[in-house]
Write a protein that binds this ligand. Structure first.
Ligand code: ADP
Ligand code: MG
Length: 342
């Protein structure tokens, strides 16, 4: 069995050339949330930038320690162990919106992005050494433990009502973490910065010269190389969900890490990757997963009717690039094998 984890190879490549006359670049990187997280601040106040970078890393390390499902003592692991009991588990108040917003998106997307899919995700364990194709019986059993209505959120704590249910914030945690990092930067008067959490990119302000940041979206069919397209970002986040981030191959078939909550198998549809742009990283991240699960047509309906302020780029299997109305003039396609659909 061949196994690949590509979260280290950034799905988005940044073009961050800028006028550095008055602003100096300060950067830090760390491996957190299962991916490489990097932070770049362009500011003349070097000491402030260094303090902010440290705060961002400390905060994301703290988020990681609470939501890591592979650490027995994390808050999410304790919630999972307490499933089916009457023991509510307390979570730090700053983390509560991650639970609330993830549940909100589960309801809005009809479970396409579902934080209670942990039992199925754990069976496949894609991205880890013991990834495997589970038996249909075990998938069936795990699917019966994924009802997000059984996730109770109270001020005093969190409870999963059925034994065996498991939370997994893989689809929203990086977006939430990007929001927290952007908040720290803004509170500390940083005006030009880029936060890159393995494919979830938050652009704080503009480039130092006042022009929008340019972010590249990679070709989902290639392991590395030039971006397929670029788009402009100011004070917003782009999150990409694709077939290439984490996967394994067996008998020539690729099994990637985004699960269709209806079948319990990796999603199969007309889409190779979806990038969603929104003012909130949590929203962009939840929506990119949901849109990937829903496929192009249903995803566009959802965005237009429920999330008109979010924009999306779909890279489809038929080599078309499909974008929502607000993005038509905001993207540049570099790869001649792909074309912008009407
Ligand atoms: P990435 O983590 O590559 O940015 P996503 O944001 O789409 O991609 O999140 C995928 C992760 O979310 C998976 O690794 C898994 O932990 C979890 N996941 C997989 N399928 C779903 C789903 N349908 N709903 C919610 N979470 C999911
Ligand atoms: Mg996501």
């Amino acid at each position: 069995m061949k196994r690949f984890i590509f979260s280290l190879i950034l799905p988005c490549i940044l073009f961050s050339s800028c006028n550095q006359q008055h602003s100096e670049k300060q950067s830090r990187a760390a491996f957190l949330l299962g991916t490489r997280c990097s932070f770049r601040i362009f500011d003349s106040n070097k000491q402030n930038s260094q303090n902010v970078l440290q705060k961002c890393i400390d905060t994301i390390a703290d988020i990681d320690s609470h939501i890591n499902v592979h650490a027995d003592t994390s808050t999410v692991s304790i919630i999972n162990k307490n499933a089916g009991t009457n023991r509510f588990t307390a979570v730090p108040s700053y983390l509560y919106p991650l639970f609330e917003r993830s549940l909100f998106f589960a309801k809005k997307t009809g479970g396409a992005c579902n934080p209670v899919l942990g039992s199925v995700i754990r069976l496949w364990n894609i991205g880890f050494d013991d990834a495997c194709i589970p038996s249909s019986d075990s998938i069936h059993a795990a699917l019966s433990l994924t009802d997000y209505n059984a996730l109770l959120l109270k001020e005093s704590g969190i409870l999963l009502q059925q034994k065996g249910m498991k939370l997994d914030f893989g689809a929203t945690a990086k977006g939430f973490a990007a929001d927290e990092a952007a908040k720290i930067m803004r509170q500390n008067h940083v005006q030009h910065a880029l936060i890159d959490l393995g494919g979830t990119i938050f652009a704080v302000g503009t480039r130092p010269d006042g022009t929008p940041w340019k972010v590249g979206i990679r070709n989902p069919l290639e392991r590395r190389g030039k971006p397929l397209l670029s788009l402009s970002l100011v004070d917003s986040c782009v999150s990409t969900s694709g077939v290439y981030e984490r996967f394994f191959e067996q008998d020539g078939i690729r099994y990637h890490h985004i699960i269709d909550p209806k079948t319990g198998h990796p999603v199969e549809n007309n889409v190779l990757s979806v990038s969603v742009i929104a003012g909130s990283g949590t929203d962009a991240d939840a929506l990119s997963t949901a849109c990937f699960v829903l496929g192009y047509e249903k995803a566009v309906q959802l965005l237009v009717s429920e999330f008109p302020h979010a924009e999306a780029v779909f890279i489809c299997k038929d080599k078309t690039v499909r974008v929502t109305a607000g993005l038509k003039t905001n993207i540049k396609i570099f790869n001649p094998l792909f074309r912008l659909a009407e």
